[in-house]
Ligand binder design. Structure first.
Ligand SMILES: [Zn+2]
Length: 466
């Protein structure tokens, strides 16, 4: 009943009719420099949280609260549908922004929004305030177009204030409010789509494990003529570890690394291959001159759907001018691993420990220190809620919606793990938006399409999401 051209037109008319007011509101929020990384901006981050809470209350959310953390506050809002059987959906975003300074190359003041040629320029325009606010405009359009007094799903919003600082208190926040955050589905609106002409839905993110391996040999640097060649050299062993990470096919050579990896389906490979991907363009964005990676996979498959190992840094011994003929006493190598669905953080950490212990000779003492880890997440293409997102986006954009994944890692996995709900992504940002860069912008047309998508999504999920 809701999926009709009439509803589509009513939603579009509402969104278009409220465009100017929406941009005024978004601009007011963007003027608050909520830079979570800067202690001098802590009061601004709080002001941003208060602005959002008031905005959500004015939108009609019966519950709109600020949730304090030991760092920056998050904002929570809730609007029950009134139907006891309704699906519960949690929308995630963040209200903090990356630092921005006129001197970094901004053409205008990063905290004084400017609209020019259909684009809104300001820090946070795309990442993530613009993408949070499409949900309030979309929700109002949903209510107006359907005549409902409450959303078709139980709608919750969680907008954190420390995402740009690595979400240090986010898992704890999720755990302490797990009851109030309970939901059937999570919608993350902090990602993008392929391009303005190619709407896409992201279906997963890779996980991350990183570590530093410290290697110790002689108690001090020693003469390479008197002792070299007869005792183990930690710098040589660091290089051997780095070189042993991959086999000749550039597959990761750590035993057990690929155990449980969810392989790409033929359908996914076909869909990735249909995307208008220009490798030469992509190489320019990679500041590199050739592609190289695991044999048998395309570039998109390598960065989205295959696990990887990377040497992030390696060092030790004499690095100064000229020569110094020593066997150094210590060396280090820093490694990171991107994980895909099916790989578990703890098993990978164990596999790395076993691998290093096996490769290193007697006389080299080593210590492995693991940093923070992030689990991978993936939603299957045939998941009913994913299909709802695709249909809602298709109605808003009037184009075929395709699929991507994200090679990076983020708090989506915490939401999935702590709340036990599948994570879906609804993002309308495009690569040219310049996240974290000078002159960040958002395309106004895409903001409106995003609001339309959000307006359609709640009815579709209510009907088909289970
Ligand atoms: Zn973001």
């Amino acid at each position: 009943m809701s999926n009709t051209p009439d509803t589509d037109n009513a939603v579009r008319a509402y969104v278009d009719g409220h465009r100017a007011a929406f941009l005024d509101e978004l601009s007011a929020w963007l003027r608050i420099p909520s830079v979570s990384a800067d202690p001098l901006r802590a009061a601004d981050v709080r002001r941003s949280a208060r602005w959002l809470r008031d905005h959500l209350a004015a939108t009609g959310f019966p519950v709109a609260e600020i949730w304090d953390t030991p760092g920056a506050p998050a904002v929570f809002a809730e609007w029950p549908s009134g139907d006891p059987d309704a699906l519960t959906v949690l929308v995630y975003g963040h209200h903090d922004v990356q630092p921005a300074d006129r001197g970094d190359g901004w053409r205008t003041d990063p905290f004084e929004p400017v609209i020019e040629n259909g684009r809104l320029y300001a820090r946070g325009a795309a990442d993530d305030k613009g993408q949070v606010l499409i949900h309030t405009l979309g929700l109002r359009a949903h209510l107006a177009a359907t005549g409902r007094r409450a959303p078709a799903v139980n709608l919750k919003l969680l907008v954190e204030g420390e995402e740009e600082s690595g979400s240090p208190h986010f898992p704890e926040l999720l755990r302490s409010y797990a009851g109030r955050l309970a939901c059937d589905i999570v919608i993350v609106s902090d990602t993008g789509m392929w391009s303005e002409d190619t709407p896409t839905v992201c279906t997963g993110m890779r996980g991350l494990v990183d570590c530093q391996i410290d290697l110790y040999g002689p108690d001090q640097d020693i003469h390479s003529g008197s002792f070299g060649g007869a005792v183990p050299n930690p710098a040589t062993e660091a290089a051997r570890l780095a070189a042993a990470l991959h086999d000749a096919d550039r597959r990761v050579a750590i035993p057990g690394f690929y155990d449980g990896v969810v392989e790409l389906t033929e359908r996914e490979r076909e869909l990735f291959a249909e995307l208008p991907f220009d490798e030469a363009d992509w190489l320019r964005t990679a500041h590199s001159r050739a592609t190289l990676g695991e044999a048998g996979y395309s570039t998109l498959e390598r960065i989205w759907a295959r696990p990887t190992a990377e040497v992030n840094g390696i060092g030790g011994g004499y690095q100064g001018p000229g020569g110094k003929t020593v066997v150094p006493s210590a060396a280090q190598v820093k490694l990171s691993f991107r994980l895909v669905a099916g790989q578990e953080v703890e098993k990978i950490q164990l596999a790395v420990r076993d691998w290093a212990a096996l490769l290193l000779p007697a006389g080299i003492r080593h210590e492995i220190t693991f940093g923070g880890a992030t689990r991978p997440c993936l939603t299957p293409l045939d998941h009913p809620a994913l299909q709802s997102v695709v249909r809602a986006m298709g109605r808003a954009f009037g184009r075929k919606v395709r699929f991507t994944r994200e090679g990076g890692s983020g708090p989506a996995a915490d939401l999935q793990d702590v709340l036990g709900a599948p994570v879906l992504f609804l993002g309308i940002s495009v690569p040219s938006d310049g996240w974290h860069a000078p002159n960040e912008k958002v395309e106004l047309g895409l903001l409106m399409k995003g609001a339309e998508t959000a307006a359609h999504l709640w009815c579709d999920l209510a009907e088909n999401g289970r």
